[in-house]
Design a protein around this ligand. Structure first.
Ligand code: FMN
Length: 188
Protein backbone atom coordinates (compact mmCIF):
# COMPACT_ATOMS: atom_id res chain seq x y z
CA UNK A 1 0.00 0.00 0.00
CA UNK A 2 1.17 3.51 -0.76
CA UNK A 3 -0.26 6.83 0.34
CA UNK A 4 0.73 10.41 -0.43
CA UNK A 5 1.01 12.12 -3.83
CA UNK A 6 -2.76 12.76 -3.87
CA UNK A 7 -4.26 16.12 -2.97
CA UNK A 8 -7.78 16.52 -1.64
CA UNK A 9 -10.31 17.92 -4.11
CA UNK A 10 -13.32 19.94 -2.87
CA UNK A 11 -16.36 17.67 -3.19
CA UNK A 12 -18.26 20.30 -5.19
CA UNK A 13 -15.51 20.11 -7.84
CA UNK A 14 -15.01 16.31 -7.80
CA UNK A 15 -17.10 15.87 -10.97
CA UNK A 16 -14.44 17.81 -12.89
CA UNK A 17 -12.16 14.77 -12.48
CA UNK A 18 -14.57 12.96 -14.85
CA UNK A 19 -13.88 15.48 -17.64
CA UNK A 20 -12.96 15.97 -20.52
CA UNK A 21 -16.29 14.66 -21.75
CA UNK A 22 -18.16 14.87 -25.07
CA UNK A 23 -20.52 17.80 -25.40
CA UNK A 24 -23.98 17.41 -26.92
CA UNK A 25 -26.78 19.89 -27.46
CA UNK A 26 -30.06 18.52 -26.16
CA UNK A 27 -32.93 19.91 -28.24
CA UNK A 28 -36.46 19.67 -26.84
CA UNK A 29 -39.87 20.69 -28.11
CA UNK A 30 -42.88 21.98 -26.19
CA UNK A 31 -46.53 21.07 -26.58
CA UNK A 32 -47.08 24.08 -28.84
CA UNK A 33 -44.00 23.47 -30.99
CA UNK A 34 -41.58 25.82 -29.19
CA UNK A 35 -38.03 24.53 -29.65
CA UNK A 36 -35.03 25.10 -27.40
CA UNK A 37 -31.72 23.47 -26.66
CA UNK A 38 -28.75 23.61 -24.33
CA UNK A 39 -25.24 22.17 -23.98
CA UNK A 40 -24.92 19.02 -21.89
CA UNK A 41 -21.76 17.09 -21.08
CA UNK A 42 -23.08 14.80 -18.34
CA UNK A 43 -24.29 12.12 -20.73
CA UNK A 44 -23.65 8.39 -21.03
CA UNK A 45 -24.85 5.22 -22.80
CA UNK A 46 -26.63 2.85 -20.35
CA UNK A 47 -28.09 -0.05 -22.39
CA UNK A 48 -27.42 -1.66 -25.81
CA UNK A 49 -30.70 -3.38 -26.71
CA UNK A 50 -32.91 -1.45 -26.56
CA UNK A 51 -30.47 1.45 -26.90
CA UNK A 52 -30.82 3.63 -23.81
CA UNK A 53 -28.84 6.73 -22.87
CA UNK A 54 -28.99 8.97 -19.79
CA UNK A 55 -28.09 12.58 -19.20
CA UNK A 56 -28.23 14.90 -16.26
CA UNK A 57 -30.30 18.03 -16.74
CA UNK A 58 -31.11 20.71 -14.18
CA UNK A 59 -34.90 21.26 -13.90
CA UNK A 60 -34.16 25.00 -13.98
CA UNK A 61 -33.19 24.71 -17.69
CA UNK A 62 -35.77 25.89 -20.22
CA UNK A 63 -34.76 22.84 -22.28
CA UNK A 64 -36.01 20.69 -19.38
CA UNK A 65 -39.34 22.51 -19.25
CA UNK A 66 -40.02 21.76 -22.94
CA UNK A 67 -38.74 18.19 -22.55
CA UNK A 68 -41.35 17.62 -19.82
CA UNK A 69 -44.10 18.81 -22.18
CA UNK A 70 -43.32 16.42 -25.06
CA UNK A 71 -41.05 13.69 -23.65
CA UNK A 72 -38.92 13.99 -26.80
CA UNK A 73 -35.37 15.17 -27.39
CA UNK A 74 -32.64 15.03 -29.96
CA UNK A 75 -29.09 14.51 -28.72
CA UNK A 76 -26.79 16.42 -31.07
CA UNK A 77 -23.14 15.38 -30.81
CA UNK A 78 -21.04 18.44 -31.47
CA UNK A 79 -17.70 18.87 -33.23
CA UNK A 80 -14.79 21.07 -32.14
CA UNK A 81 -15.57 23.51 -34.99
CA UNK A 82 -18.87 24.30 -33.21
CA UNK A 83 -17.22 25.19 -29.89
CA UNK A 84 -18.39 28.85 -29.80
CA UNK A 85 -21.98 28.12 -30.81
CA UNK A 86 -22.19 25.26 -28.33
CA UNK A 87 -20.76 27.39 -25.53
CA UNK A 88 -23.33 30.07 -26.33
CA UNK A 89 -26.26 27.65 -25.99
CA UNK A 90 -24.67 26.43 -22.77
CA UNK A 91 -24.40 29.90 -21.29
CA UNK A 92 -27.61 31.78 -22.12
CA UNK A 93 -31.16 30.58 -21.43
CA UNK A 94 -34.11 30.24 -23.78
CA UNK A 95 -36.14 31.71 -20.89
CA UNK A 96 -34.55 35.07 -21.73
CA UNK A 97 -33.87 34.71 -25.48
CA UNK A 98 -36.35 33.60 -28.16
CA UNK A 99 -35.02 31.32 -30.94
CA UNK A 100 -31.83 30.70 -28.98
CA UNK A 101 -30.60 27.95 -31.33
CA UNK A 102 -31.11 30.20 -34.38
CA UNK A 103 -29.34 33.10 -32.63
CA UNK A 104 -26.43 30.75 -31.92
CA UNK A 105 -26.18 30.19 -35.68
CA UNK A 106 -27.37 26.58 -35.63
CA UNK A 107 -29.53 25.26 -38.49
CA UNK A 108 -32.28 22.83 -37.53
CA UNK A 109 -33.32 19.75 -39.51
CA UNK A 110 -36.47 17.64 -39.25
CA UNK A 111 -36.19 14.37 -37.35
CA UNK A 112 -37.27 10.98 -38.72
CA UNK A 113 -39.14 9.55 -35.70
CA UNK A 114 -39.98 12.47 -33.40
CA UNK A 115 -41.18 16.07 -33.57
CA UNK A 116 -38.13 17.59 -31.85
CA UNK A 117 -35.72 18.71 -34.61
CA UNK A 118 -32.03 17.91 -34.86
CA UNK A 119 -29.12 20.30 -35.46
CA UNK A 120 -27.77 20.08 -39.02
CA UNK A 121 -24.34 21.32 -37.84
CA UNK A 122 -23.90 18.30 -35.50
CA UNK A 123 -21.54 15.37 -36.19
CA UNK A 124 -24.30 12.92 -35.29
CA UNK A 125 -27.86 12.94 -33.96
CA UNK A 126 -29.81 10.58 -31.70
CA UNK A 127 -33.61 10.89 -31.73
CA UNK A 128 -34.87 9.90 -28.28
CA UNK A 129 -38.00 9.39 -26.20
CA UNK A 130 -37.75 9.90 -22.43
CA UNK A 131 -38.56 6.67 -20.54
CA UNK A 132 -37.56 7.42 -16.95
CA UNK A 133 -36.34 10.16 -14.69
CA UNK A 134 -34.52 10.16 -11.35
CA UNK A 135 -34.74 13.34 -9.28
CA UNK A 136 -31.82 14.63 -7.25
CA UNK A 137 -31.34 18.10 -5.78
CA UNK A 138 -29.92 20.37 -8.50
CA UNK A 139 -30.00 18.00 -11.50
CA UNK A 140 -32.30 15.16 -12.64
CA UNK A 141 -31.09 12.06 -14.46
CA UNK A 142 -33.15 11.78 -17.65
CA UNK A 143 -33.16 8.29 -19.18
CA UNK A 144 -34.17 8.04 -22.84
CA UNK A 145 -34.53 5.38 -25.51
CA UNK A 146 -32.80 6.03 -28.85
CA UNK A 147 -35.36 5.59 -31.65
CA UNK A 148 -33.15 6.67 -34.54
CA UNK A 149 -29.43 7.42 -34.88
CA UNK A 150 -27.54 9.07 -37.73
CA UNK A 151 -24.04 10.41 -38.31
CA UNK A 152 -22.32 12.36 -41.08
CA UNK A 153 -20.48 9.99 -43.40
CA UNK A 154 -16.93 11.05 -42.54
CA UNK A 155 -17.72 10.82 -38.81
CA UNK A 156 -18.55 7.12 -38.32
CA UNK A 157 -16.35 4.46 -39.95
CA UNK A 158 -15.95 0.76 -39.02
CA UNK A 159 -18.42 1.28 -36.17
CA UNK A 160 -16.31 3.87 -34.38
CA UNK A 161 -16.12 7.65 -34.44
CA UNK A 162 -13.33 8.27 -36.95
CA UNK A 163 -10.03 9.81 -35.88
CA UNK A 164 -10.55 12.96 -37.92
CA UNK A 165 -14.10 13.64 -36.64
CA UNK A 166 -12.76 15.97 -33.91
CA UNK A 167 -15.59 15.71 -31.36
CA UNK A 168 -15.96 18.62 -28.94
CA UNK A 169 -14.83 17.73 -25.41
CA UNK A 170 -15.49 19.88 -22.35
CA UNK A 171 -12.69 20.22 -19.80
CA UNK A 172 -14.46 22.66 -17.43
CA UNK A 173 -15.66 26.28 -17.40
CA UNK A 174 -14.82 27.79 -20.78
CA UNK A 175 -12.03 25.28 -21.58
CA UNK A 176 -12.54 22.74 -24.36
CA UNK A 177 -10.40 20.27 -26.25
CA UNK A 178 -10.70 17.53 -28.87
CA UNK A 179 -9.23 14.14 -29.69
CA UNK A 180 -5.68 14.39 -31.10
CA UNK A 181 -4.87 10.85 -32.24
CA UNK A 182 -6.00 7.30 -31.68
CA UNK A 183 -3.83 4.45 -30.35
CA UNK A 184 -4.75 0.78 -30.60
CA UNK A 185 -3.45 -2.18 -28.61
CA UNK A 186 -2.77 -5.73 -29.76
CA UNK A 187 -5.75 -8.02 -29.06
CA UNK A 188 -4.91 -10.87 -26.63
C1 FMN B 1 -19.98 22.70 -22.00
C2 FMN B 1 -21.22 22.80 -21.16
C3 FMN B 1 -21.77 21.65 -20.62
C4 FMN B 1 -22.95 21.71 -19.86
N1 FMN B 1 -23.46 20.55 -19.35
C5 FMN B 1 -24.64 20.60 -18.67
C6 FMN B 1 -25.23 19.39 -18.19
O1 FMN B 1 -24.69 18.29 -18.36
N2 FMN B 1 -26.43 19.49 -17.56
C7 FMN B 1 -27.07 20.68 -17.36
O2 FMN B 1 -28.16 20.72 -16.77
N3 FMN B 1 -26.52 21.84 -17.81
C8 FMN B 1 -25.33 21.83 -18.45
N4 FMN B 1 -24.78 22.99 -18.93
C9 FMN B 1 -25.46 24.27 -18.66
C10 FMN B 1 -26.63 24.57 -19.61
O3 FMN B 1 -26.30 24.29 -20.95
C11 FMN B 1 -26.97 26.08 -19.46
O4 FMN B 1 -27.44 26.32 -18.16
C12 FMN B 1 -27.94 26.61 -20.49
O5 FMN B 1 -27.83 28.01 -20.48
C13 FMN B 1 -29.38 26.20 -20.24
O6 FMN B 1 -30.15 26.77 -21.26
P1 FMN B 1 -31.76 26.72 -21.29
O7 FMN B 1 -32.26 27.39 -20.02
O8 FMN B 1 -32.11 27.50 -22.52
O9 FMN B 1 -32.17 25.29 -21.36
C14 FMN B 1 -23.58 22.96 -19.64
C15 FMN B 1 -23.00 24.13 -20.18
C16 FMN B 1 -21.84 24.04 -20.93
C17 FMN B 1 -21.25 25.30 -21.50
Amino acid sequence: MVDGFFMQIPLRKAYRLLHPRPVVVIVSIGRDGRVNGCAVSWITPVNVDPPIIAFSLAPSRYTYRLLKESGEVTVNIMGFSNMEKTHYVGTVSGKDIGDKLGKAGFKLKPSKKIKAPGIADALAILECRVVKEIEFTDHNLVVAEVLHAEAKQRVFKNNIVSEDARPLLHVGGSIYTTVQRYHSIEEY
